[in-house]
Design a protein around this ligand. Structure first.
Ligand SMILES: Nc1ncnc2c1ncn2[C@@H]1O[C@H](COP(=O)(O)OP(=O)(O)O)[C@@H](O)[C@H]1O
Ligand SMILES: [Mg+2]
Length: 286
């Protein structure tokens, strides 16, 4: 057991949000990590699961030394509590498993064991935030289709918009996901953010009949790079910087405006879905 500080009782509801993106390099890990710290600054307890197996980097972004990984938990060398890292604001982090390419590729009994361990720990928190890999691979679908809220991180670049459209298309047509939230990151102005959001929302609402809502936008801010270089989260170091304020606003909107309880909102539902999806990815052809 380590000393991860759970700041308050979560009143029995753990909200599960996955952060995802059509393409890599758009700021997904930066956003999810700082939204986690911002939620913690607002008095909420947060568990952050780094599920980007190929490119594990939440711990690096926060300058933390992983004591072990999900791989060690799988091998039975350590428990999940042993590998839990304590981050800024008291957030807890489950570092990804280097050496495990995809959770979906694990044997069913390994996957069940891991998910049960994560569920056991996650119920102590107000939020479980998941940093998924980019793209439309099987782990992306796996976590996004079970999470109560899918938060897409986009930029103003045409490639980000087309790749996010492709991701939403698969999640809506194959997995029945009909609601998405969007954060526009790394843009020069509100005008650019609005243009990007409008372009994406018009296309998906028209052609895919899904509902997208904006959680806000985060400006391109030189402080972000400084913080990444120093391995310190902007939400803890420079909360009053433009990007820091914007990320805090996103966190507030998540806590205030996203529906607290939805049919698929409960954490138990999330984990049950994941366990039942053992062969779902294969059936869907991923
Ligand atoms: N709002 C921003 N302003 C400036 N630079 C940013 C911003 N968001 C992200 N970046 C830069 O983009 C890089 C990639 O971000 P990262 O979160 O690792 O992307 P992803 O997880 O989507 O691959 C960061 O290291 C940072 O330098
Ligand atoms: Mg990343």
């Amino acid at each position: 057991m380590n000393d991860v500080n759970v700041q308050r009782m979560n009143q029995g509801v753990t909200r599960v949000l996955s952060f995802t993106s059509g393409k890599g390099g758009v700021g997904k890990t930066h956003s999810v990590t700082n939204v986690a710290v911002a939620l913690a600054n607002q008095g909420l307890s947060v568990l952050l699961l780094d599920a980007d197996m190929g490119l594990a980097n939440v711990d690096v972004l926060l300058g933390l030394q992983a004591k072990g990984t999900l791989h060690d938990v799988l091998k039975g060398n350590m428990t999940l509590d042993d590998i839990l890292l304590k981050g800024p604001g008291g957030i807890a982090i489950i570092p990804a498993a280097s050496g495990v390419e995809e959770i979906q590729a694990l044997r069913p009994e390994e996957k069940m064991f891991l998910l049960e361990e994560i569920e056991r720990v996650a119920h102590r928190f107000d939020y479980l935030l998941i940093d998924t890999p980019a793209g439309i691979g099987s782990d992306v679908m796996y976590f996004n289709s079970a999470a109560a809220e899918v938060v897409c991180i986009i930029t103003g670049e045409p490639t980000s918009l087309t790749d996010t459209y492709a991701l939403i298309k698969v999640l809506s047509t194959t997995y029945g996901e009909k609601r998405f939230s969007v954060v526009v990151n790394n843009v020069a102005s509100e005008k650019e953010a609005t243009a990007a959001f409008t372009k994406l929302s018009r296309a998906v609402e028209r052609f895919l009949q899904v509902d997208v809502r904006s959680l806000g936008w985060v400006p391109a801010d030189a402080t972000v790079r400084d913080c990444v270089m120093q391995q310190r989260p902007i939400a803890a170091e420079f909360p009053s910087s433009p990007a820091g304020l914007a990320l805090a606003a996103v966190a507030r909107r998540i806590d205030d405006e996203l529906p607290q309880r939805r049919a698929k909102g409960g954490m138990q539902f999330f984990f049950r879905q994941l366990l039942e999806m053992n062969s779902y990815g294969e059936e869907a052809g991923y």
